[in-house]
Design a protein around this ligand. Structure first.
Ligand SMILES: *Cc1c(COP(=O)(O)O)cnc(C)c1O
Length: 219
């Protein structure tokens, strides 16, 4: 990796941080989505000071981060992709936050994994705000029941909600809906906003924007 690339990534990061600061007070946390990125770019982003990263696959996240933990004890790893119940233990062992809880079966599997590993990992619930059949996430109408299961039956620390708006619609109404649902249920975390709409998400009260392409370049 040339120095030029490191400089480019550092510059993109500081520009995005500045945009986020201009869009909201306090500014949301920038989650650098490092899926499919080569080691050189991960190192460049770490060198630029980035410590919060999002990954959407457990195995790839292990390959990216398991060995880097020792060198960067202040890393925060967030799972932002769908999780199969049989990967719950691996996910609990690696991640600091799991953003994609979307069904009761997974809530139970995560609780069991946390008990077994004696490691409490906070979660966000993914909400399918666009009610798209192919998309992960609990439907807005089913959120209350899942939340009750996660909190009361499973004893999970639910910190917020996450959404991925439909690609072909303006994101604003989806961000507004997610913020409304979070408020109704006393949740303060809002993971919303990606490369194309992180500033919009910040203006709707996002606490965590998940940015890949705008930070690292095309995947
Ligand atoms: C890949 C991914 C992102 C980042 O997408 P960009 O458009 O590259 O910023 C954000 N959230 C989730 C859930 C993703 O899978």
């Amino acid at each position: 990796m040339t120095d030029t690339v490191s400089l480019t990534l550092a510059k993109r990061r500081s520009e995005i941080l500045a945009e986020l600061s201009a869009a909201a007070h306090p500014a949301p946390v920038l989650v650098a989505v490092s899926k499919t990125q080569p080691d050189e770019k991960l190192e460049a982003m770490l060198a630029a000071g980035q410590r919060v990263f999002g990954e959407n696959k457990v195995q790839e996240a292990q390959a990216h981060w398991a060995d880097r933990r020792a060198k960067y004890p202040d890393l925060e790893l967030r799972l932002i992709g769908p999780l199969q119940t049989n990967k719950s233990e691996d996910a609990v062992a690696l991640f600091d936050v799991i953003e994609t809880l979307d069904r009761e079966k997974l809530a139970r599997a995560l609780a069991k994994a946390m008990d077994k590993l004696d490691r409490r990992v906070p979660v966000f619930i993914q909400v399918n705000t666009g009610e798209e059949p192919q998309k992960a996430g609990v439907l807005p109408d089913d959120l209350e029941a899942l939340l009750a299961c996660a909190r009361e039956e499973c004893g999970l620390d639910v910190q917020g909600l996450m959404c991925i708006p439909p690609v072909d619609e303006p994101a604003g109404p989806h961000f507004a809906l997610l913020a409304k649902l979070a408020k109704r249920h006393g949740l303060t975390g809002l993971s919303m906003g990606m490369s194309s709409d992180y500033a919009v998400a910040a203006s709707f009260g996002s606490t965590h924007v998940r940015v890949g392409t705008a930070l690292f370049g095309a995947r």
